[in-house]
Write a protein that binds this ligand. Structure first.
Ligand SMILES: [Mg+2]
Length: 473
């Protein structure tokens, strides 16, 4: 059955809980949210929702009518589908069931339909970013209801993206930051969506430096495990890696013992692994967009410079730090040169790069997945766990559990339209007439837009002597 397009426009007096009530009226129906916009002008709400419905439009219409009548809201519902007669028949059939559902909705709405508290409205505003694939109305209703429960009023809703994931940005007034964050972290885990809460203000828009972990963040998989396969020591290395990333083993010790297993490996084998590494879907889009917006972007990795340098060149990154494998006569010696970049070292590297680029830590963003990223995520102004291990998810302010790295852009409030508009500008500036798109559809897209600097950084770029090097620019 082809989905039916339904445009719902709701207007009326705004108060906490209105958005939740409207989305609750969708929740019993098989609909996807295609687009949402909400604005509030002088206490008057205008909410537009574009839905794709699989099922009976009459039943959906009835739910919306009932919810809006209970709230004293006006609504307009435009259904675009081929056969009006079918709808009318279905309307009659579903009426009894829809009435029961709508009655349940009204009870929820009544509890949250009171007038807005003027004191609450003077509290700082929060940005709430919701990311899902897809975004189901039931989940949105759940999240917006938690906001209403805390006295929060949703002043605006903007759709940030519809692919490769759907994301919304809501501006919420009247709720305290910490309780809101706590409630929405639980709501995120209940609904399977990613939810980020950030305080409004200049600091949110003033992020200027982004640090990415490499293995299982910028790139798919763990480079050291791939190297171990080539070296025939996969089982030993996998077990040490697992224990280290789960926080059961000290990272420095585990790295030393893993690297020792590589003694005697020709450096060409390391290059083979490096050349086979694949970017995470959306990685090129993320980096390209951030750099265009003037962010300093770089890597801090517990892996090896000989591998990470490839991405510094290909993505035209501003800085990087990683561990340096000692090589003698074209052969890996089994030792690491200089101090090991471990969990504390990664946080220190972030601080050092922030200082070198003149960016206060509050204006930095760190993205990582492993236990050795935890200190770095905590040190950054905004720490994002990207498909993180449990310990990392628990300690990060924001979790992104979508398989696309560019979903991070939505957390930063950058919309898909802004990304695409900038790509089009770049394409016309380059005269190649086509915008690049890796869009999460494959991990290697976008490379044609990445301009490699002349002269790749040498393998000596490293964090040795405790001062990670900066790729020459
Ligand atoms: Mg990692």
């Amino acid at each position: 059955m082809n989905p039916i397009s339904v445009l719902v426009t709701v207007t009326g007096r705004d108060r906490p809980g209105v958005t939740a009530a409207v989305f609750s009226s969708f929740a019993a129906h098989d609909v996807d949210v295609v687009d949402v916009e909400q604005v509030v002008i002088r206490d008057r709400l205008i909410l537009g929702v574009d839905l794709e419905l699989r099922g009976d439009p009459g039943s959906l219409r009835h739910s919306i009518d009932t919810a809006c009548a209970a709230l004293g809201l006006e609504r307009e519902i435009t259904v675009t589908e081929p056969n009006e007669a079918e709808i009318e028949a279905a309307e009659a059939a579903a009426e009894a069931e829809a009435a029961a559902e709508a009655a349940a909705d009204v009870e929820v709405q009544a509890a949250h339909g009171g007038p807005a508290d003027p004191v609450a409205r003077s509290r700082p505003k929060q940005h709430v970013i919701v990311i899902g694939n897809p975004l189901r109305p039931g989940a949105i209703a759940h999240i917006t209801q938690r906001i209403a429960d805390l006295g929060g009023n949703i002043e605006s809703v903007t759709q940030l993206s519809t692919y490769p994931v759907s994301s919304l940005e809501m501006i919420v007034a009247g709720a305290e930051e910490q309780p809101l964050r706590g409630a929405l972290v639980r709501a995120a885990s209940d609904t399977g969506l990613d939810v980020a809460v950030e305080r409004s203000g200049l600091a949110r828009r003033a992020k200027r430096l982004v640090v990415l972990d490499v293995d299982s963040t910028l790139v798919q998989g763990e480079g050291i495990d791939e190297l171990a396969k080539l070296a025939g020591v996969a089982d030993q290395v996998r077990e040490i890696t697992r224990a280290a990333m789960a926080g059961e083993l000290d990272f420095a010790q585990s790295l030393t013992s893993r690297v020792a297993l590589f003694a005697g490996l020709p450096v060409s084998a390391v290059h083979t692994v490096r050349d086979a590494m694949k970017l995470t879907p959306g990685a090129s889009t993320l980096v390209r967009t951030l750099k265009r917006l003037g962010y300093a972007v770089g890597l801090v990795s517990g892996g090896f410079t000989v591998m990470t340098d490839r991405f510094v060149t290909e993505l035209d990154l501003d800085f990087s730090a990683a561990n340096e494998l000692e090589v003698a006569d074209g052969t890996v010696t089994g030792r690491v040169l200089g101090p090991i970049l471990d969990r504390a070292g990664k946080a220190a590297a972030l601080s050092r790069f922030a200082e070198q680029f003149g960016v206060p830590l509050a204006q930095t963003v760190a993205i990582g997945d492993g236990a050795n990223d935890i200190d770095m995520l905590r040190t950054a102004g905004l720490g994002i766990a990207f498909n993180g291990k449990a310990a990392v998810r628990e300690s990060a302010e924001v979790t992104v559990n979508q398989p696309f790295l560019d979903a991070v852009l939505y957390v930063l409030g950058i919309s898909r339209l802004e990304i695409e508009a900038a790509d089009v500008e770049d394409a016309s500036a380059d005269g190649n007439g086509s915008a690049n798109e890796d869009g999460g559809e494959d991990g290697e897209g976008g490379q044609e837009m990445v301009t490699a600097k002349p002269g790749s950084p040498s393998d000596s770029l490293s964090a040795s002597q405790g001062s990670a090097s900066i790729a020459a620019r």
